[in-house]
Design a protein. Structure first.
Length: 477
């Protein structure tokens, strides 16, 4: 019987249209989202007091602060005291312009669409938690792509941490307030705990770093673009050699545009002008090789990403996994490129729900692998910020997690179903006798040649009636 390859390649989210439209509106400048909560006013004052307006780096700022829904906000008037830029409370449909500061009004959520700001009635996440900073950061990432920049300032809770992941996924930049300078440190600490923050600084030091980054990252003509193509390719090969020597992983088969954008981002952070200078910096700075390695891994995910796809998995696939199974039989799942574990645990929850209802005696084994040992270790610990309540239902939070302070810990019954391990799916031997492979949002970063190499590996690993679960923008070609 031929193997079933179920991939939910539904119509992708309209990011391509958003990118095209947003580039036409905000082509020349990045947009900076600033999230703050308790204790945030002092940090906002320090930031804008030290933010010059004559740098030559055009930047728009959007300020999201947790505000009381019952009182008129004076935030825009207060911020105007600290800066010569124009500060306005947002009206629905405002188009972002450089050297302006836009302040969210009370009792509203905010979305950025085609370069315009749209006010929304607030909707609490599962469990009643309101996360306006996460909502805007995600919108900012979708609309502005690599021109998205987000800053997390003082605040209680973990709002912003999920949005940080979204910004990093599209190649944006992230700053967080140094916790020892924050009146309430948990919000910046949650952002820093993602491992995705580029700068951890006191607010007064952020403007200089921000301007320098923007000037290097968004110059009209990067020197890397001016170098002859053959010379640039040779320098990229040298970077791949340094990466392979220190990490054993070969990135030469990854899509060139993605590689170049992320290398240029690292160059901008260090204010390095040319690829040749960056190669020398890598040779002299082994820790930068590791940081570039992690930058290239795109280690971004979340629980039940693409909910419709996971609902199809629950209804259409998981029942087939258990057909004809008896106590003592095994269901085997492989999640390559598991990152920090959210996808593997999402599958574990769905499978556990179904198995406990009808197939309690069937053994479930989920093998979750990634080339990033740090991400695998984080996944194994199973600790996630409180704002996962935006993606996990209250019923599943209560059933599969234990709340510990402002975080959630995956319960042992679920952690025991998943084995996390370091593995390079392109080099290391695959698993075998697998009933379901979930490889989502990895193929989009690989060249066609590597994809051709990978599909026979998956075919070998799958049982004859096995399933392949891909991301919304991926297919079997």
């Amino acid at each position: 019987m031929p193997k079933k390859k179920i991939h939910h390649a539904d119509t992708p989210a309209p990011l391509t249209d958003q990118q095209a439209a947003s580039e036409s509106v905000t082509k020349a400048f990045p947009v900076v989202g600033i999230g703050a909560s308790a204790g945030g006013l002092a940090a906002i004052e320090a930031f804008f007091t030290h933010m010059p307006t004559d740098t030559g780096a055009d930047i728009a700022f959007v300020l999201i602060q947790h505000l009381s829904p019952d009182h008129k906000s004076l935030l825009s008037e207060l911020v105007q005291r600290f800066t010569r830029m124009t500060v306005t409370e947002i009206s629905d449909g405002d188009t972002v312009a450089p050297n302006h500061v836009y302040v969210i009004p009370p009792n509203k959520d905010l979305e950025l669409f085609h370069g315009s700001l749209h006010l929304m009635d607030p909707v609490a996440a599962h469990g009643g938690i309101h996360l306006p900073i996460d909502a805007f950061f995600r919108s900012l990432a979708q609309d502005q792509q690599e021109r998205a920049i987000c800053i997390v300032l003082s605040g209680a809770g973990s709002d912003g941490a999920l949005g940080v992941r979204a910004v990093k996924e599209v190649g944006g930049m992230v700053m967080a307030q140094a916790p020892d300078t924050a009146d309430y440190a948990s919000m910046p600490q949650s952002a820093i705990a993602t491992g995705l923050v580029d700068y951890v600084l006191p607010p007064r030091e952020m403007p200089a770093a921000l301007v320098s980054y923007v000037q290097h990252a968004f110059a009209r003509k990067r020197r890397t673009e001016e170098e002859p193509a053959e010379h640039a390719d040779d320098l990229l090969q040298k970077i791949f050699i340094l990466l392979r020597a220190q990490t054993r992983h070969d990135f030469s088969g990854y899509k060139p545009n993605t590689l170049r954008r992320r290398i240029e981002r690292r160059m901008a952070i260090h204010r390095i002008e040319t690829l040749a200078d960056y190669v020398r910096f890598l040779q002299q700075t082994p820790q930068e090789v590791q940081l570039l390695f992690r930058e290239l891994l795109i280690g971004v995910t979340r629980f039940f990403r693409d909910p419709e796809a996971f609902e199809a998995m629950r209804l259409e696939v998981i029942p087939h996994l258990f057909e004809g199974r008896h106590p003592g039989d095994a269901v085997r799942v492989w999640v390559p490129g598991c990152s920090t574990g959210e996808e593997a645990y999402s599958l574990a929850m769905l499978i556990s729900e179904y198995a406990q209802e009808q197939y309690a005696g069937v053994k479930v084994s989920i093998f979750a692998t990634d080339i990033d040992a740090i991400a695998s270790e984080s996944a194994r610990a199973g600790v996630y910020p409180g704002n996962i309540a935006a993606d996990v239902s209250p019923e599943r939070l209560g059933r599969f997690f234990r709340q510990e302070g402002s975080s959630y810990l995956v319960k042992k019954s679920i952690r025991d179903l998943v084995v996390f391990a370091e593995q390079d799916v392109l080099l290391d031997p695959p698993f075998s006798n697998i009933d379901l492979i979930s490889c989502r949002n990895l193929l989009i970063y690989l060249s066609a040649e590597l994809q051709k190499h990978l599909f026979p590996v998956f075919h070998y690993a799958l049982n004859p009636r096995g399933f392949l679960f891909l991301g919304a923008s991926e297919s079997i070609g």
